[in-house]
Design a binder for this molecule. Structure first.
Ligand code: NAD
Ligand code: DAU
Length: 332
């Protein structure tokens, strides 16, 4: 595949994927991104201009999408409204971008018969109890909890329908919680790191025992490239790196990194409908496509990430005050 259209390629995970493609293939990349609050062009800085082009536009606008899909060999679709808390305050943009936007891209992929990879989330499966020995697999029934996860589940169903009804050459991946550089300070790990840098206490929802299955965003990128390269049309692949940790454990690791007391925590209002636990069984991806994660030590990856936020304050600082003001207004 020589020409790849990456939607949402100026966001956290999409920009990491663009760097990964440039570093590991000869492909030309076009990024289609609306440049919402969640994106920054800096995340694409330094990439070769003859390999990477940014087009600013909306994935729900067929007049923008159609010519870009036509000129590409493959579409890798990351663009989304991605934050659960925002979807609880204002669900509308999640329906528009995640469902109508995905529909618009699928129609273009159908029209021009282009390979399509849809990037989705483990949240479409709902949540697990803390003591449940099970993990999510490709056969777990859909059971989303929030407007965000329901909109991603809706987009997954559209992809499956376009494969079956129209023969679109699509694959889907459902990944667990990503961490690493360039993640917006609204999200859990960057929020807590930057709170501690600012001399404040980490803000933990509920009892802090909710579990997320952390994966470094570079490992997500290598998995998506493997699926694009060798994945079977119509198949879903779960992506995870066996990184289950409670929120409390993550916050304590951040506090310890800064030499702060383990219990120096601000307990804040819980998220409505807060999912208890996510956990991924990624055996299909590993055995069928030979993928393995490189970041197997979560604590080491977290330390690298903390150091990145310490070194890149100029990048995250402009978004920090408004993000905290919005959380404070909700008691969080
Ligand atoms: P992000 O919010 O950091 O980035 C989203 C990007 O999409 C931004 O650059 C934004 O400008 C762009 N975008 C939003 N609406 C758009 C529109 N209408 N048209 C064009 N561009 C638009 O999100 P992220 O965390 O990087 O997530 C990327 C994808 O990965 C999403 O589809 C998300 O559901 C999925 N995912 C995320 C995680 C995670 O842990 N963050 C885990 C699994 C899957
Ligand atoms: O599982 C994949 C999903 O992971 C992705 O689909 C989403 O795009 C991504 O945002 C993420 O969703 P979460 O809701 O799990 O991530 P978030 O960073 O918002 O929160 C992680 C956990 O931390 C969750 O249990 C809520 C909790 N939390 C979050 C914030 C922002 C806190 O306790 N305090 C906080 O300040």
């Amino acid at each position: 595949m020589n020409r790849i259209l990456v939607t949402g390629g100026a966001g956290f995970i999409g920009s990491n994927f663009v760097h990964h493609v440039v570093g590991n293939t000869d492909a030309q990349v076009t990024v289609l991104d609306k440049l919402t609050y969640a994106s920054t062009e800096e995340s694409l800085a330094g990439l070769p201009e003859d390999r990477v082009r940014l087009v600013v536009g909306d994935i729900a606008d067929a007049s923008v999408v159609d010519p870009l899909v036509e000129e590409a060999d493959a579409v890798v679709h990351y663009a989304a409204e991605s934050h659960n808390d925002n979807s609880l305050s204002d669900p509308g943009p999640f329906i528009q971008t995640n469902i109508v936007g995905t529909f618009t891209l699928l129609e273009a992929a159908r029209r021009y018969d282009r390979r399509f990879h849809h990037v989705s989330t483990d949240e479409v499966y709902g949540d697990l109890d803390l003591d449940d020995p099970k993990r999510f697999t490709e056969d777990t029934p859909y059971n989303p909890s929030s407007p965000y996860s329901a909109s991603k589940a809706g987009s997954d169903h559209l992809v499956r329908a376009w494969v079956r009804s129209f023969g679109v050459r699509a694959t889907i991946s459902n990944c667990s919680n990503n961490y690493g550089p360039w993640q917006h300070v609204e999200k859990f790990i960057p929020r807590q790191i930057t709170e501690v840098i600012d001399g404040r206490r980490p803000r933990v929802y509920g009892d802090g025992l909710n579990v997320r299955d952390w994966i470094h965003t570079s490992d997500h990128s290598s998995a998506v490239l493997a699926i694009l390269d060798r994945g079977r049309t119509g198949e879903t692949y779960l992506i995870g790196a066996d990184g289950e940790r409670s929120n409390l454990d993550v916050v304590r690791a951040i506090l310890r990194h800064f030499g702060r007391d383990d219990d120096d925590i601000e307990w804040v209002t819980d998220r409505a409908g807060h999912d208890r636990r996510y956990a991924i069984e990624s055996g299909k991806l590993r055995s069928e496509l030979g993928w393995t994660p490189q970041f197997e030590d979560f604590e080491a990856g977290l330390s690298d990430t903390i150091e990145w936020y310490q070194a890149n304050e100029a990048w995250w600082r402009p978004a920090k005050a408004a993000t905290e003001a919005a959380y404070a207004a909700k008691g969080q």
